[in-house]
Design a protein around this ligand. Sequence first.
Ligand code: ATP
Length: 350
Amino acid sequence: MSSTPFLQLRQVRKEFGSFTALQDIDLDIGKGEFVCFLGPSGCGKTTLLRIIAGLEVQTRGHISQGGRDVSLLPPALRDYGIVFQSYALFPNLSVADNVAYGLVNRNTPRAHVKQRVSELVKLVGLPGSEGKYPGQLSGGQQQRIALARALATSPGLLLLDEPLSALDALERVRLRQEIRALQQSLGVTTIMVTHDQEEALSVADRIVVMNQGAIEQVGTPMEIYREPASPFVADFVGKVNVLPARLEQGELHVGGMRLPFEGVSRDVRLYLRPEDVLARPIAAGDAHVFDARIDKIEFLGSYCHVHVNAPALNAHDLVVYLSLNFLSEQSLQVGSSLPLKLLPERMKVF
Ligand code: ATP
């Protein structure tokens, strides 16, 4: 991020009556960054986006964008384009008139509007669609047009409020890749609200994980996934096994196993990603190996979620990921026993 953040939120708080929807949010976003607000329903991510847009007024706190204090500016005087979850195109206007909307409002000369609209519909992969009406377009196409409309005035900031959640799974993945590629080619600073962790992990430069009106963690997708700052983040982002354990004099006791781990003696919970429990390669004499028995195999295509029972760890439903090839090579099925290995350097303890 450059030294002066493009967007700065300072102590932004929002109360609805006696309910505090946002608790004193501080956040810096750099120019050209793609940031996702990620969190469960009701955590305040949409409210925060709407405050940045001026569609909602914060109870207190400040927002600056591009070095300008926009805290109290009405939406029309701010510099952003926005796309909502539901398509929100004007149904009685053609694609061209929808996309041109912001330009016409700014008294852009007609010839220029026409040229810009044609550029924009090309940009979002729908060249020649100017004469169509929203009702003639699929959900994904409508969102592409909504994106074109949001980008028409070349805003400094692009705000996306769950733009993909009404689309089917395939279209969602396709459009999120297109949005990311477009964002990178234009270099436009972008904030996307989502409750879908995979979406956030796959497109964001940084993720802001929110919970109950507060920020739990801000980091790159890899940091959020590999170095979760709290049990909430570890649980919310990605799959994780949670095992009761105890720290005792530089060791972690989990079931009958002892693993090297620094920390003050106390009862803890061990957070272990399924991919950090390995079924191979296990060599004779390897440390941290334990026996497990397969209880259930969830077939997901090229790989499987395998639920095992591991008395050594006192774990009754430990999930590991095994490839279909590995399962068939080793003739593994429900009831088979298999040795597994922990990676102590990947373990998180809270
Ligand atoms: P979702 O994904 O379900 O939209 P969210 O994280 O975007 O969730 P918000 O829509 O920001 O959550 O809402 C945060 C909290 O503030 C919720 O508990 C919601 O009920 C409350 N809230 C939002 N808008 C209002 C309002 N206008 N009046 C009262 N409470 C509100």
